[in-house]
Design a protein around this ligand. Structure first.
Ligand SMILES: NC(=O)c1ccc[n+]([C@@H]2O[C@H](COP(=O)([O-])OP(=O)(O)OC[C@H]3O[C@@H](n4cnc5c(N)ncnc54)[C@H](OP(=O)(O)O)[C@@H]3O)[C@@H](O)[C@H]2O)c1
Length: 252
């Protein structure tokens, strides 16, 4: 039996993905920073097939010791982690476009430093085992979006990190993969004040993530294709055109 550790598994994409892996007879450990939310997630999953394979362990990924202790606990008492899905993320859109340093600090601590803390401990256990670390980034990391400075830099950092570690971790026999979903209906995106094109459910995302992580080996997993390819395309647009599009969309 294989084991997956999902950070941020108490809601949204993480929770839906946990459900898929459980259904497919994986041992699943979900973590998040809020113990109550995690208990509620367990209740939500209680009707799922193979619920006996679920473990919940509170872990705030922005706390390095907490991350180390959690991974040590899983590896020692539950099972070797075959797949780590680094999904946990803080998200706070800034629709009033006010530069708030504490928001930047929060997103750097959780999304960047938290991801690094997980990788730092995982690599010691996974070294030589042909295991996988999958990082959930976002198309918002492709280019700078208005109102998304803090989130954008954290997601761009995760993308760049994934590309670098794809090369560097080959020596450790650890596979690095990156996931960039389009708009998915979750607690996070319900904070958005704009209409999200091609919005999909968390269940859709969970199924895509399960299928592509377990049935394929590609570095990058994106879905739905149309919208994410559109975001990818904006990467090559000259600033003049990129800024013009945003002006048409929201008078930015
Ligand atoms: N939804 C989308 O459209 C979309 C699109 C592209 C990429 N993504 C990415 O997909 C991932 C999941 O997002 P989502 O939309 O499912 O959001 P979500 O429903 O808000 O879930 C975020 C999860 O992260 C956990 N979390 C937050 N801070 C944490 C911390 N310090 N330590 C540990 N866990 C923490 C939350 O639980 P606690 O509050 O209990 O800690 C929650 O379980 C994120 O990486 C996001 O950037 C989402």
């Amino acid at each position: 039996m294989k084991t997956i550790w999902i950070t941020g598994g108490s809601s949204g994409i993480g929770l839906a993905t946990a459900k898929e892996f459980l259904f497919n007879e994986w041992q699943v450990i979900i973590s998040s920073s809020n113990k109550e939310k995690l208990e509620n997630a367990k209740k939500k999953l209680s009707q799922t097939q193979n619920i006996n394979l679920l473990h919940i362990i509170p872990c705030d990924i922005s706390n390095e010791k907490n991350v180390k202790d959690t991974i040590n606990h899983i590896e020692t008492h539950i099972g070797k982690i075959d797949l780590a899905l680094l999904n946990a993320s803080a998200y706070s859109p800034n629709k009033n476009q006010i530069f708030d340093i504490s928001n930047y600090e929060l997103l750097i601590d959780v999304n960047i430093k938290g991801t690094l803390y997980c990788i730092n401990t995982l690599k010691d256990y996974m070294n030589g085992r042909n295991n996988t670390i999958a990082i959930i980034s976002s198309p918002l990391g492709y280019r700078g979006w208005p109102t998304a400075g803090a989130y954008g830099i954290s997601k761009a950092a995760q993308l760049s990190l994934s590309e670098s570690l794809y090369f560097d971790f080959k020596k450790l026999n650890i596979n690095i993969r990156v996931i960039c979903p389009g708009f998915i209906d979750t607690e996070a995106t319900r904070k958005n004040s704009f209409k999200m094109p091609f919005l999909k459910s968390a269940e859709y995302a969970g199924k895509k993530i399960f299928d592509r992580l377990t049935k394929g080996k590609e570095f990058e997993i994106i879905f739905p294709y149309l919208i994410v390819y559109f975001f990818k395309f904006t990467r090559i647009l000259p600033y003049r055109i990129y800024f013009f599009i945003w002006k048409q969309l929201g008078n930015f």
